[in-house]
Design a protein around this ligand. Structure first.
Ligand code: ADP
Length: 447
């Protein structure tokens, strides 16, 4: 499968998953909010009914005398009361004389039943479709034949002498409550797909962001593989050409054979060096800390290196010196071989990129519990646009590629990886035409 298509499909899948998970979470939140709103309203309705019924009950009970009889007090408290056997005009919903403000809203009704449970009077809005037979139950939710829902509370009434008078029932039409909940449901039903659309767009964008580092590192791996193949091809092609030219020769003198073998050996050595460098980088990538951990004396390391590489510097007509600006030996914990490699890469680079008669100085210093190794040269320097890239694997400044220093472009990447594996850093300061200073900073060991 085309790699770009694979990334595209993965991104789409990720976006779908994001959107799916967010959709489920949002739906659950929607249901939760709906249930909370419905519950809060239901509780408010019950409270209101309880308070209306309680007030009416307390006002009536103290004054009632005869069981099941609609007395004057009842008519005073409920001016629009209508006896069950009478025909009454529809209630004036805005009647200002009603004792209970809440029952003025045109949705409440009050029904009075005698002790046998027969309806004897009704006040407020008459719930036409409701059964006139009393059922002794505190709370009831009823539905009439028109589909209207009612919530009602029933309380028993007593006379002044504590005889059973009958029952008081206060109820209300639930149409406004049902309409409100229908509106909330519609808002959720319309809002959810719109939110899902927005979430889908955001998910696509977010999955793109999440894929970016993976895509970038995939591109880097692709580039790295191409670079490795390219670097391996050069010595292999050279060896192949040498072998082919030898095969074409009719006969070979010992001197010629030795020269050819030397060329092949040189190419082979380059290949081995390259493979070793790649293996070292792979190992450093895998291990955050060096496998070998010993106390390494940096004073010895710098002096040894300068001594060893002095011959190389003299051959290039350069002066290589060391300057140990510390009173006592500096120790760091780590892999001595790797630290040696890190410094030697920098000194060899300084030798390679400094023209004859130039100077190279290796300074050992310390500051803030860190050892500092500066490799200063008076060489060609590095342009600002290359400075940010020289630590990349296989990156070589263009002019140097043609100059063919023989380096693989891995030297600084290895030095940087080693410094980081030792919890340190590698920095560079350089000016084109004037020279460069590479600084390794390593944390000092405490013993
Ligand atoms: P190479 O094996 O080619 O030397 P490096 O990773 O060691 O690869 O260096 C990368 C590039 O950085 C080199 O090609 C060179 O152009 C530049 N460079 C490194 N050290 C110096 C230096 N001391 N002075 C100038 N340029 C340098």
């Amino acid at each position: 499968m085309n790699q770009n298509k694979l990334f595209y499909i993965t991104r789409a899948r990720l976006a779908l998953w994001y959107a799916g998970v967010m959709g489920v979470i949002l739906s659950l939140c929607g249901i939760g909010v709906y249930e909370a709103i419905a519950h809060a309203h239901w509780v408010a309705i019950d409270q209101e009914l309880k308070s209306v019924a309680g007030t009416l009950h307390d006002s009536l009970e103290l004054k009632l005398k005869q069981p099941g009889k609609i007395e004057l007090i009842v008519k005073q408290l409920l001016p629009d009361i209508c006896l069950a056997n009478q025909k009454c005009l529809p209630t004036q919903t805005s009647s200002p004389r009603h004792i209970l403000g809440a029952t003025n809203q045109g949705i409440y009704y009050i029904r009075l039943f005698n002790n046998t449970g027969s309806l004897i009077a009704i006040a407020g809005v008459n719930p036409q479709g409701l059964s006139p037979i009393f059922k002794n139950q505190l709370w009831q939710t009823k539905k009439d034949n028109l589909g209207n829902r009612y919530q009602q509370i029933s309380l028993s009434l007593h006379t002044q002498k504590n005889q059973d008078w009958g029952y008081l029932q206060v109820g209300r039409n639930l149409a406004d409550f049902d309409n409100y909940l229908t509106d909330v449901r519609w808002v959720l039903l319309v809002g959810l797909p719109i939110s899902m659309g927005l979430i889908a767009i955001c998910s696509w964008w977010l999955s793109g962001l999440a894929m970016q580092p993976i895509y970038k590192s995939y591109q880097q791996i692709k580039q790295f593989t191409a670079d490795v193949a390219h670097e391996l091809r050069t010595p292999l092609a050279a060896t192949q050409a040498t072998v082919e030219s030898v095969l074409r020769m009719p006969e070979l003198s010992t001197k010629e054979a030795q020269d050819i073998l030397k060329t092949i050996e040189r190419q082979n050595r380059r290949l081995i060096q390259l493979v070793n460098d790649l293996l070292l980088l792979a190992r450093l990538d895998r291990q955050a800390v060096p496998a070998q951990r010993q106390n390494c004396c940096l004073n010895d390391l710098v002096s040894d290196l300068v001594e060893e590489l002095e011959a190389l510097a003299i051959a290039a007509k350069l002066t290589l010196t060391s300057d140990l600006r510390v009173d006592q030996p500096l120790y760091v914990v780590g892999d001595e071989e790797q630290l040696y490699r890190c410094c030697s890469n920098l000194i060899i680079n300084a030798i390679q990129y400094t023209p004859a008669t130039g100077k190279i100085c290796v300074i050992l210093d310390c500051s803030n519990h860190h050892a500092l190794i500066h490799v200063i040269d008076t060489g060609v320097g590095i342009a600002p646009q290359d400075i940010t890239r020289i630590f990349e694997r296989f990156y070589r400044v263009q002019s140097d590629r043609s100059r063919h220093t023989g380096g693989s472009g891995l030297g600084l990447a290895i030095a940087n990886a080693i410094a980081q594996a030792h919890h340190g850093s590698l920095q560079v300061q350089s000016e084109l035409g004037k020279g460069s200073t590479f600084t390794i900073q390593l944390p000092l060991s405490f013993n």
